[in-house]
Ligand binder design. Structure first.
Ligand SMILES: Nc1nc2c(ncn2[C@@H]2O[C@H](COP(=O)(O)OP(=O)(O)OP(=O)(O)O)[C@@H](O)[C@H]2O)c(=O)[nH]1
Ligand SMILES: [Mg+2]
Length: 303
């Protein structure tokens, strides 16, 4: 347990050193005055909480300071922790009851961390005793298929690939068929990165989504959006567009370890209501953790 907490703290070092770390100067002041609130608001916005969430938090803090008769800036720190925690949902249950294979479609913009995340998920699920099949439905670049193939070999996971430039829907379809006949528990489908603003590519993704449903009723059982945590507020626009196109059911925040702006997690929950399922905390297959709101908040607030 202590190891896991340390891992979060180390990974969130950048976020905590940047905007959140500077909270220490706000909380270091003796008494709460107008500048305390101004500084706090500025720092939360810089940490990418978004204007809406920031204003909501500051208003809630002001109310509590009044009601609870708090005067020292120091005490603000612990009620801020509480208010931040309140704005993240507890991790949802990820049991998929009855379905077999469970088909999970992994989507996101270019370079957000999809392929690496699939390797991490594949490793975790297979360690939990699940029979996993990977599907390389990113057929745009030969290198993309190779990348997933390398992970599959390294992790001893079976993989279905298509020819370069093959129809990604066809690869997804074939992989589900293979998953059914091989009686696997899970099919993890990698897709090509695409900008959320490119209509034709988003249409193609919708098609992949539909095709999986033809291969197996009820598929995909989950659509997980991989967001690069270093992107900041643009991640919110991405999440909105992907949610609209393919009904995203969960978010994976990759690269939290490289990010100084982890605050976007709050904006995603507040504005889109999509649960954050996992956090990517590094580049190796072990660096994926179930998103834990306490570890996350303590990680960004530690300085
Ligand atoms: N530090 C860190 N790097 C990560 C993490 N996840 C992925 N990366 C790195 O991000 C880069 C892009 O990762 P990919 O998995 O190839 O991203 P992708 O979304 O599949 O990219 P495209 O297929 O080109 O759209 C690689 O260098 C990864 O090692 C993470 O959690 N932390
Ligand atoms: Mg990829």
């Amino acid at each position: 347990m202590a190891d896991i907490l340390n891992k979060w703290k180390q990974a969130l070092n950048r976020s905590s050193k940047a905007a959140f770390g500077r909270l220490a100067t706000v909380f270091g002041a003796t008494d709460i005055d107008n500048s305390t609130w101004e500084d706090l608001e500025a720092l939360l916005i810089q940490a990418d909480l978004g204007v809406g969430t920031t204003q909501e938090i500051v208003a809630a803090l002001k109310k509590r300071v009044d009601r609870e008769g708090i005067t020292s800036a120091q005490e603000l720190s612990s009620i801020l922790r509480e208010e931040l925690l309140l704005r993240l949902d507890p991790p949802p249950n990820l049991e998929f009851s009855g379905q077999k294979p469970v088909v999970i479609l992994i989507v996101g913009v270019n370079g957000s961390g999809k392929t690496t995340t699939i390797a991490k998920l594949g490793k975790q699920f297979s360690q939990q005793g699940q029979k996993v099949l990977l599907a390389a439905a990113d057929t745009y670049r030969a290198a993309a298929v190779d990348q997933l193939q390398v992970w599959a070999d390294r992790l001893f996971l079976p993989i279905i690939t298509g020819q370069p430039n093959a129809d990604p829907g066809a690869v997804a379809y074939d992989s589900i068929q293979a998953g059914i006949s091989r009686k696997v528990d899970m099919v993890l489908i990698d897709t090509a990165g695409r900008l959320h603003t490119r209509t034709n590519l988003m249409e193609e993704l919708k098609k992949v989504h539909r095709v999986t449903g033809k291969a197996l009723e009820g598929a995909p059982h989950a659509v997980w959006l991989v967001l690069d945590a270093t992107t900041g507020q643009n991640a919110l626009l991405q999440a909105r567009a992907f949610k609209e196109a393919v009904k995203v059911t969960g978010v994976i925040l990759a690269k939290l370890d490289s990010s100084a702006r982890g605050g976007m997690a709050f904006a995603i929950q507040k504005e889109l209501g999509i649960p954050i399922l996992y956090a990517g905390l590094g580049e190796t297959p072990e660096d994926l953790e179930r998103f834990n709101r306490e570890s996350f908040v303590d990680g960004i607030l530690s300085s």
